[in-house]
Write a protein that binds this ligand. Structure first.
Ligand code: PMP
Length: 453
């Protein structure tokens, strides 16, 4: 008789997990999810979890939004798959592009589709390389990003990502330059004011451009709020400092709005929250409320015109993915934007933000929380061994992982990032659900800090 295997054993034997701590799942097991309801997910073992990260920041309308499911079903019935090559694309794709242009901060724009945020960043880099070469500047290829910036995992977007773990792949590639992270609390020098810190980052940018040569730099990519780097809002005046420098040197600013796009910071776009207009926007995740894999490059007028001219010169743009502009994804995205705009999700982010911030501030009274930070419905609590000196815990203690594991044991999913615990609730979360989130997280903080001393 064969003994039926557990879901955990089956998952481990035939599937390979990314971004997973293997000792931890070997000891604790995996979570195999069967369905979701609102901001909760349910697993094969009958357990339920409040997902404080809305999946990977993306399931902003919850896990079972009826309107989104209906939009997907209707499109599957009508026309379940197509591409956007050879001058053909679905009617849904045309309509989504019009909608994205209308909600973008640009007067005029053009949209190109991918299947993920990583591919959208890769696509943007290829667009810049392509149009620069076409304009007689083939050497204008270097890409500037920031330490703790996260832009994806493909070879180019991983090279853009400012995290040390990519060294195991021999990345970054040459020509990807990581500038300072605009996190004043962590990187401000002793006695330096926040304004002085921001000015220092501006000088670093000026000096980098002078050293490398503006004619070798294709673009500067930045998340309005760094997300997977640990929820790091920019220091005061950051974008107001760097935007004029980039403009002066003719370096396009690309806003990676994969997390911040579609409402996360309380405005449609993070660049609106921070009062600047980029040259292009990278979008994904809540573009489809997480219901379909899709990414988009939204080119503002200048880059759109220059890309079109470069393509006209050789009669095509030799780039695209099989599922670019997939009609089901586009139908879902059209509905997702409608839900965010017209079902009160944006208002919910705005009205819940003070409640969310108050909860973070309350937990930050814990002597082992060095700071809370956030914008809109994305926030982080940073664990420290010593609050006054901001000394982190010894990495071998895995403090944030222990906090997240303790939360998981009590039915709350939150994400450890470095020594921070990150929260990014769905836009449909209620105040009682937020209470549950903060109660469970607060209890886990107490327990783990007591254990590690
Ligand atoms: N950019 C940002 C800002 C992101 O947060 C992410 C994903 N977390 C990506 C790009 C990559 O997106 P994907 O995982 O869809 O490739």
């Amino acid at each position: 008789m064969t003994i039926p295997q557990s879901w955990d054993a089956r998952a481990k034997s035939a599937s390979f997990f990314g971004f997973t701590d293997f000792p931890s799942i070997n000891e604790r097991g995996t979570v195999i999810v069967t369905h979701g309801k609102g901001p909760y997910i349910y697993d094969t073992e009958g357990r339920s979890y409040l997902d404080a990260n809305s999946g990977l920041w993306n399931m902003v309308a919850g896990f079972d939004h009826e309107g989104l499911i209906a939009a997907a079903k209707a499109q599957f019935d009508t026309f379940p798959g197509y591409h956007a090559f050879f001058g053909r694309m679905s009617d849904q794709t045309v309509m989504l592009s019009e909608k994205l242009v209308a909600v973008s901060p640009f007067e005029r724009a053009k949209v190109f589709y991918t299947n993920s945020g990583s591919e959208a960043n890769d696509t943007m880099v290829k667009m810049l390389w392509f149009l620069n070469a076409s304009e007689g500047n083939p050497q204008k290829r270097k890409i500037l990003t920031r330490v703790n910036g996260y832009h994806g995992v493909t070879v180019v977007s991983a090279s853009m990502t400012g995290k040390p773990y990519n060294s195991v792949f021999g990345l970054p590639l040459d020509g990807f330059i990581h500038l300072g992270c605009p996190h004043y609390w962590r990187f401000g020098a002793a006695g330096e004011t926040e304004a002085e810190f921001t000015a220092r980052l501006g000088r670093e940018l000026e000096e980098t451009i002078a050293r490398e040569g503006a004619d070798t730099i294709a673009g500067f990519f930045a998340e309005p709020v760094q997300g997977a780097g640990g929820v790091i809002p920019p220091s005061q005046g950051y974008f107001q400092t760097i935007v004029p420098i980039l403009k002066k040197h003719g370096i396009p600013l690309i806003a990676d709005e994969v997390i911040t796009g579609f409402g996360r910071t309380g405005e449609m776009w993070g660049c609106e929250t921070y009062g600047f207009t980029p040259d292009a926007i990278i979008s994904s995740k809540n573009l489809t409320a997480g219901f379909f894999p899709m990414g988009a490059v939204i080119l503002g007028p200048d880059l759109a015109d220059r890309l079109q001219a470069a393509a006209d010169a050789i009669e095509e743009f030799p780039h695209g993915f099989t599922a670019s502009g997939h009609p089901v994804g586009c139908a879902i995205a059209l509905k997702a934007i409608d839900v965010i705009e017209n079902e009160g999700l944006l208002e919910n982010v705005r009205s819940l933000t003070p409640y969310f911030e108050a909860g973070l501030a309350r937990l930050a009274e814990n002597p082992n929380i060095g700071e809370w930070r956030g914008k809109g419905l994305m926030g982080a609590l940073e664990a420290v061994k010593d609050k006054d000196t901001k000394t982190p815990f010894d990495g071998s203690l895995s403090v944030s992982e222990r906090i997240a594991n303790t939360c998981t044991d009590h039915g709350l999913l939150c994400r450890p990032l470095g020594q921070s615990i990150v929260l990014a609730p769905a836009f449909i979360m209620t105040e009682p659900q937020m209470d549950e989130m903060f109660d469970k997280l607060g209890a886990a903080l107490k327990q783990v800090f007591a254990e590690v001393g």
